[in-house]
Design a protein around this ligand. Structure first.
Ligand code: AMP
Ligand code: GLY
Length: 435
């Protein structure tokens, strides 16, 4: 079948590799894609914006697309799945991604928190405020202990969460947010209890009733080593997360995954796609780890996909078709037991100002590791150029996490461009915990 994948990051390149490798895939189109997807077998980039629904509509019909896989959240939050369902000519196209209502789990923090309260899913205690209830918000801040967590309700390009030590500053920021610091995204603000623990990401693929829990992963969000400096889209990831053992994952499944999927069904929300559950593992009084939901996303993570997807041995097109048909229980997940380590190579200056258009050398010399492109494009002569802050990532699979990390760090030395930066300490915190 012909398949259309929406998006242009490392996540989409990692997904495209698996989709193109499927015998079920005749041709793969990526809108808009990057230099990595441009050079992939069976695959062609097309110059279409994932939010241009009428452009996508015309392309799907003219190219006999049978499946659309949605990488990023924006088209889902904008309702692409509902758009396909409401047009008779598109109704039978298999769209992998939830409806707009389902995407509200990511699009509105307040909706997500209310959903978790309704379905008794463990999460930090919270209240939501608007400008009209600023006074109550200030009082609520005083009832909490430092640090204070303030979250813009809507999508704020990953910048809408503030964690503040001082209550006076928190009061001021609450007021700033409600007065438009993040535009309409912060016209409602969730104030919540700070959870002390270790974060990890759990991914679920669901047809709305049945589900598979994909391998766990951890991403590294800060630009600087030792988790310092500004937040980024993610500087690397590893999979699996060693402390997410059987007893912990059983809690995740029973307390979070099952009630989330049942909750969606009970509320009449049609959800076919990925659920990305950002978790905090918190040590309880007995010294055991308990999972709490920090956030839901309605897509795969980036750069988690670049360490999770290489471990999925199934034909992903087959899995996606079962998702669409609602019979995912007929499939069994086949996971590579090896560890995966992914390190992101970024442009100097990122996540602030950085230059684009630098020629990248040495990708072809990388052996025994995978290189996924994020912000790249092809130049006039077919050369690969930087075209974003996060540029490339290198992922290795190996029998143990230390050796996966070693391979990745050895191989990435072969890649060069002017102003290349990466973190040297991806995975080190977990290796220290394992000792
Ligand atoms: P979010 O956009 O909801 O993922 O939040 C961004 C980051 O803020 C998370 O990855 C956590 O590191 C941190 N965070 C969010 N909520 C909390 C919380 N309740 N307690 C501690 N850290 C939090
Ligand atoms: N890696 C975090 C995210 O994709 O949102």
């Amino acid at each position: 079948m012909n398949i259309l994948l929406l998006g242009s990051g490392g996540r989409e390149h990692a997904m495209a590799c698996k989709i193109a490798a499927s015998e079920r895939c005749s041709r793969l189109f990526v809108a808009p894609g990057n230099a990595g997807t441009a050079n992939l077998i069976k695959t062609k980039n097309i110059n279409l914006d994932p939010l241009d629904f009428s452009g996508i509509h015309a392309f799907v019909l003219s190219h006999e697309i049978q499946m659309v896989v949605v990488g990023p959240e924006a088209p889902l939050v904008a309702g692409i799945t509902d758009y396909f369902a409401s047009h008779p000519a598109l109704r039978n196209v298999m769209v992998i991604g939830p409806t707009q209502k389902g995407a509200t789990l990511e699009g509105s923090k307040d909706f997500a928190k209310e959903f978790m309260s309704r379905h008794l899913i463990p999460t930090a205690a919270y209240q939501t405020f608007t400008l009209d209830t600023l006074k109550e918000g200030t009082q609520f801040l005083h009832s909490l202990k430092s640090p204070y967590v303030l979250k813009a309700d809507g999508l704020a390009a990953g910048k809408g969460v503030l964690i503040i030590d001082n209550v006076k500053t928190a009061e001021k920021e609450l007021s700033n947010m409600l007065k438009g610091k993040f535009g309409t995204a912060s016209s409602k603000v969730v104030v919540e209890q700070f959870l002390q623990g270790v974060e990890l990401s759990v991914f679920v693929l669901t047809d709305g009733k049945h589900y598979h829990i994909l391998p766990t992963a951890k991403d590294y969000k800060r630009i600087g080593e030792g988790d310092t400096g500004l937040n980024t889209g993610g500087m690397g990831s590893i999979s699996p997360v060693h402390f997410a053992d059987k007893p912990f994952m059983q809690k995740v499944e029973e307390r979070i995954v099952i009630p989330t999927i049942k909750g969606l069904r009970d509320e009449g929300i049609n959800y076919k796609g990925f659920i990305f559950i950002g978790l905090m593992a918190v040590t309880n009084d007995q010294g055991e780890l308990d999972p709490y939901v920090i956030e839901y996303n309605v897509r795969m993570g980036d750069p988690e996909t670049e360490s999770v997807f290489p471990r999925i041995k199934n034909d992903v097109v087959d899995l996606f078709e079962h998702v669409w048909r609602g019979n995912l229980q007929q499939t069994t997940l086949d996971i590579d037991p090896r560890a995966a380590a992914c390190v992101m190579l970024v442009a100097d200056g990122y996540p602030g100002n950085y230059e684009k258009g630098k020629e990248i050398h040495g990708i072809e010399q990388v052996s025994n590791s995978m290189v996924f492109h994020a912000g790249t494009k092809l130049g006039d002569k077919g050369q690969v150029l930087t075209n974003g802050g996060r540029v490339l990532c290198v992922t290795s699979l190996a029998e143990s996490m230390p050796s996966a990390l070693l391979h990745t760090y050895q191989e990435l030395e072969k890649i060069k461009w002017e102003g290349l930066y990466f973190r040297h300490d991806i995975g080190q915190d977990l290796l220290r915990m394992m000792i």
